[in-house]
Ligand binder design. Sequence first.
Ligand code: HEC
Length: 261
Amino acid sequence: MSEVPLHQQYLHYSELPPSMRVLYTAALLVLGMAYMFAALYLFHTYSGRDGKPMTLSYDDLVIAYSGSGKGSRLESALRGPMSSMLPADESSNLVTWVQKGADRDVYEKEIRLTIEKRCMSCHDGSNPHLANLGSYDAMKKVTEQDTGTDIFTLVRVSHIHLFGLTFIFFLMGLVFSHAYWRPIWVKCVVVGLPFLCLALDVISWYMVKLYHPFAFVTMFAGMVQGLCFAFMWVVSMYQMWFAATPAPVTTRETAETSLVG
Ligand code: HEC
């Protein structure tokens, strides 16, 4: 078997001083915990947007990044739970007003009366759980179109995500670089791929706004990052504490000893 010989600079975990192994192990334990919490947070933030709780789906991501495509909160309320509060013609007046841009003049002339008559008994602000619809500005808020996460928020999250995950995968890759794995190209791919996927992930958030199927790229890139993380974590921990030292490493040790002796 033609094994690729060990690189001169390569050190297996067994060749590292104990303090370094303790440092690596402690960091991995906390990083693993952090990854779990991140996954929980992600799930909590995105699942159920499409009306199906407990699953994180393609639709959830599309809605999160580019909006539900179902118009404003007012329109969904009038189509749904508020549909019985007013006659159909008044309801369609409201919808037309929203779709034409929720103009202030039209509000003063027509809309305000409808709201006062049909809605203010509940939405006058006396119930803190119900949107107060008592003014033009308040109405304006529920007429905003749902276009998903806005660009500025995405920019903010992007830079945090890029900085943060670069650190995480750099640390993880550094620890994993001491693992013994053949073929070597697999090791290189596992170390490098998360960075590529990280970039793809972030870019895809913006692309979903333009073309929904990019949500598949978001999902795929996230999954690959998770898998690479898990692979490096498990292999590192296992080789650090449980596995026998690989033969090429032990023979290198004897070779060096005999050289000295
Ligand atoms: C009988 C009391 C009542 C009346 C009258 C009423 N609503 Fe509501 N409205 C509620 C309640 C309760 C909710 C929240 C529960 C829900 O969403 O099913 C709500 C929710 C809403 C929401 C959703 C707010 C959000 O956070 O997305 C909108 C918009 C709304 N109402 C608009 C109206 C409009 C417009 C009218 C008048 C045509 C109206 N409501 C009349 C009780 C009322």
